[in-house]
Design a protein around this ligand. Structure first.
Ligand code: DON
Length: 557
């Protein structure tokens, strides 16, 4: 009987649309103007938000080679108009079958610097090609070849080097120079190219064409796959044909929660983002943050961040390999208990945080947000990890490989490039997905919908948390992406902040409570957001002023 009732309930939930959205303008925000324009090109050709997502992802793979690409992976959060549930396409990279737990340690157990970051050994098996094929086939309206066409065209014709490109190429010059194929494409005579220099990628165009013509097999089998294995092996890599043939995307149920009348939908493991965000929002409970003084509010947020990142380090990993206690970590009672450990007047030193007791049973990457005129929506965060990934390009394929293996914990307690520590849950194992912080997110109430996310390594989660809070407070798209940022991640036990994030009074107040503050000499993040005001059927969008992106709202005839 119970089972019958549950089945009927599930059916009801499945057919009752969340919040039906009539026709309105379409909005796209991405980190690159050419990608945003390609998304609109596909919408105007009759594609839906999912076709546009394929086009935007593929163009980003061409024009933002330091952020994401066919050699990397990501999470695409999709929701079809009128459907109550979103789905997460997990196109995260996997550890090669020959990977092993201590592969980045020397004989004495010391982690070898750079090995999980630079060159061929740093690369996981790519997930983006499989994800794009899957999204087009299952959710799109147009053939994959049409959605990939803008990317193929731009790969052939080329794109112009920007200031940002130069900065990234300078930063990763040594790894790009170490790969002959990468240097030939991304550098000019082995140096950082000048602004407006045109980068053409005919090999990548051919690889995209193979994908368009043969689907996943065009990348994971056949000529491209053969070349990937030959080139990585020649360079001392450990990939095998079996790794590529075995790669599978996963469709996962996103993590959900509620806050101040909004439903929050975000990335499920192997991202830690959704779990940490819901856990933090639960700790904030029903607080009226705006009623608190600046210092009290920021202290509370920092303490909440500290606790969620402690749990991230302890419990989060690939759910296909370890048992991630999602329900327990996102349980509101558990959050209330954690909340009681926050001293309103003093910082809790991270080393004094008790080891997490399992609660009772119960620089680089990219993001884009799309809403089409029918209400289909996509939030996607894609990555090859560090700028230009591992720097290694498999000659003849145009594919720049990721260095996502660094997102594993190379050794318990030893921080990765983002200073994150991890435990057994995120140890390396063959075929396992490395833990991520990428957090594409939907925030929705009967009145408002926000689609958001950002790159930024470990800081993604706290940026998205504050984006969600701002969205629920009714801030405009532009103000949400422009907010000055601050961040705490449990270890190291410091609050990093952008210039202007705290007033002088707040700095003094937080210091007197025992917070260690570190002002950054740079800005971080590249948040992209699309907002629908449901009552007015009005769409707005914004692209982070820190980046070179383009947000646009247009009527699709
Ligand atoms: O999956 C992750 O959490 C990281 N690989 C993301 C890296 C990133 O955002 C770098 N951005 N600036």
């Amino acid at each position: 009987m119970m089972r019958f009732v549950t089945t009927v309930l599930i059916m009801l939930v499945a057919v009752v649309p969340a919040y039906p959205t009539p026709r309105h303008e379409a909005g796209i925000a991405s980190t690159q103007p050419l990608a945003t324009e390609a998304g609109f090109e596909i919408l105007k050709a009759g594609g839906n938000a999912f076709d546009a997502a394929v086009a935007v992802s593929a163009v980003l793979a061409v024009v933002e080679p330091y952020s994401s690409g066919l050699g990397g992976g990501g999470f695409w959060l999709l929701q079809q108009a009128g459907k109550a549930q979103a789905v997460m396409i997990d196109g995260r990279e996997t550890a090669p079958l020959k990977a092993y737990e201590k592969m980045y340690q020397d004989k004495t157990g010391k982690v070898i610097p750079g090995l999980s970051m630079n060159g061929v050994l740093a690369a996981g098996i790519p997930g983006e090609p499989a994800a794009l094929v899957h999204i087009a086939e299952k959710y799109g309206r147009l053939p994959l070849s049409q959605s990939l066409a803008p990317a193929i065209r731009i790969a052939r014709k080329g794109f112009a080097v920007t200031q940002y490109y130069k900065r990234m190429a300078r930063f990763r010059l040594h790894v790009l120079r170490a790969s002959k194929a990468a240097a030939a494409v991304f550098l000019y005579r082995n140096e950082v190219p000048h602004e407006d220099y045109i980068i053409k990628q005919p090999d990548l165009a051919r690889t995209l064409e193979a994908l368009a013509a043969h689907g996943a097999a065009g990348f994971y089998q056949g000529k491209v796959a053969k070349r990937l294995i030959a080139e990585t092996s020649k360079a001392g890599g450990i990939w095998s044909a079996k790794d590529l043939a075995a790669y599978k995307i996963r469709e996962r149920k996103p993590v959900t929660g509620s806050w101040h009348g909004y439903r929050i939908t975000s990335a499920a493991p192997p991202s830690s983002g959704g779990v940490a965000i819901i856990e933090m929002l639960n700790m904030l409970g029903n607080d009226n943050l705006r009623a608190l003084s600046g210092v009290a509010r920021k202290h509370l947020l920092i303490e909440v961040m500290r606790r969620a990142y402690r749990d991230r380090a302890e419990f989060l990993g690939d759910p296909d390999f370890v048992n991630v206690p999602v329900a327990r970590l996102t349980n509101k009672r558990y959050a209330r208990k954690l909340r009681e450990t926050i001293d309103p007047l003093h910082a809790t030193p991270s080393r004094d945080l008790k080891p997490a007791v399992p609660p009772p049973e119960g620089k680089h990457t990219t993001h884009f947000s799309i809403l089409d005129a029918q209400g289909n929506r996509v939030a996607a965060t894609l990555s090859i990890n560090y700028p230009f990934g591992s720097g290694f390009m498999a000659a003849g394929t145009g594919v720049l490989l990721n260095d996502e293996m660094d997102d594993f914990s190379a050794k318990p307690g030893v921080p990765n490039v983002y200073g994150l520590v991890g435990a057994q849950a995120n140890a390396i194992a063959p075929g396992k997905r490395m833990l991520s912080s990428m957090s594409p997110t939907f925030v929705e109430s009967p009145d408002r919908l926000a689609i958001l996310g950002t790159p930024g390594g470990s800081r993604i989660i706290t940026m998205v948390l504050r984006g969600i809070i701002a969205a629920t407070q009714g801030l405009s798209a532009q103000r949400i992406v422009s907010q000055r940022r601050f961040h705490h991640q449990y270890l190291p036990d410091v609050v990093q902040f952008e210039n202007g994030a705290f007033t002088v009074g707040e700095i003094l107040g937080l210091q007197s409570m025992g917070h260690k503050l570190q002002q950054l000499h740079y800005t971080y993040g590249n948040m992209q957001i699309v907002i629908l005001d449901k009552a007015r059927h009005a769409v707005s969008a914004a692209s982070d002023p820190r980046g070179e992106g383009l947000a646009k709202v247009e009527n699709i005839p």
